[in-house]
Write a protein of this length. Structure first.
Length: 345
């Protein structure tokens, strides 16, 4: 057992941190192991964690991280957010009352094998965010959009016709059971690696055309800009204006939501932390592939761990009060056209 703990501390300290948080917040958290990954003969659970109301009628916001193992900063940011919530519940009556009217879902470490081995993919060499059985509509960039050539190349989708990888299937089933049947749901999937500025991407990436709920995305963007006019470091935009992809799990889930729950609203987002800024400030990170996706210098890492908490607080409040800002039917056509003008023309 001591040797096992030493290995986990060396390769996956986030697992031990999550265990500590689950013990500290045991009174408030509901935790389920949805999959187990064997890494070097050590069983690492993939957990789905709930906090807040149990009612099926409340809005839900889900936070997801660690889909790409090399981007472990996403997992660390979510653990920082969970730490804050758990300790606030010891004294914050306002937060306790709020959580009676909303539910939070966390999957902070979806690909522990990839994190352990410093791989983008899971241990089978499959990029989990290219693994769903959906294809991009129209041309998509070669390789980066997902391919079936070989697991030795990045962005490998898996063999055609194979079932989804177990980690991807666990995420999909968790979202199906805990988000899609809610009247309103937001998902935030934490990644890193694109550009020098943080982005909040509307993560519908299979087509360059606007998604059905593009009016709601624009309404949420304006709500954030108006609420935090002097604290707005994010570019909020659809991912597809940059590139389209095959096999995106959020595309698959969004389309399923629209088909099975047409009266509900599901808005999937990706927090894409701009790791090029960290590399520009510390060019030595380019000597390590891991350094392209994670802050290496300690003070910079601590800054990243705290700087997204206001965004998470805002999204939690927006999810809880969704009826107060969602566009009315009479407004949707105009907002849809404004979104198209802003992002797609």
């Amino acid at each position: 057992m001591p040797e096992t703990l030493q290995l986990i501390q060396r390769h996956l300290p986030e697992h031990l941190e999550l265990d500590r948080l689950l013990r500290q917040g045991a009174r408030h958290l509901r935790c389920q192991t949805v999959h187990t990954v064997m890494v070097d003969n050590i069983a690492i659970p993939v957990r789905a964690i709930e906090l807040g109301s149990r009612s099926p009628l409340v809005p839900v916001i889900g936070f997801f991280g660690g889909v790409h193992g090399v981007e472990r900063i996403g997992t660390q940011v979510l653990l920082s957010w969970m730490h804050s919530l758990i300790h606030r519940l010891d004294w914050d009556d306002q937060l306790r009352h709020q959580l009676e009217r909303v539910r939070l879902v966390f999957m902070p470490m979806i690909n522990p094998g990839g994190i352990w081995k410093h791989r983008r993919s899971n241990l089978n060499g499959v990029d989990l965010m290219r693994n769903a059985p959906v294809d991009a509509m129209g041309p998509a960039p070669w390789l980066v959009s997902g391919h079936r050539i070989s697991p030795r190349l990045p962005w490998y989708r898996g063999r055609r016709g194979d079932p989804m990888e177990a980690e991807a299937a666990a995420l999909v089933e968790t979202v199906r059971q805990r988000l899609l049947n809610a009247p309103f749901a937001i998902s935030v999937d934490c990644h890193s690696g694109f550009g020098r500025q943080d982005r909040l991407w509307c993560s519908y990436a299979r087509t360059h055309k606007p998604m059905h709920n593009i009016a709601e995305v624009l309404a949420l963007k304006r709500l954030y800009q108006n609420t935090y006019p002097h604290h707005h470091p994010y570019i909020i935009e659809p991912q597809s204006i940059h590139y389209t992809t095959h096999g995106d799990l959020w595309d698959y889930l969004y389309d399923e939501s629209a088909e099975l729950f047409p009266d509900n609203t599901f808005l999937p987002f990706t927090l894409e932390m701009g790791s090029w800024l960290w590399v520009r400030k510390n060019p030595r990170q380019m000597l390590d592939y891991f350094g392209y996706f994670n802050p290496v210098i300690d003070h910079r890492k601590r800054r990243v761990l705290r700087q997204h908490l206001p965004l998470f607080d805002f999204l939690l409040n927006a999810a809880q009060s969704w009826r107060n800002w969602m566009p009315r039917p009479s407004q949707r056509d105009l907002l849809t056209q404004e979104a198209i003008n802003e992002w797609f023309l």
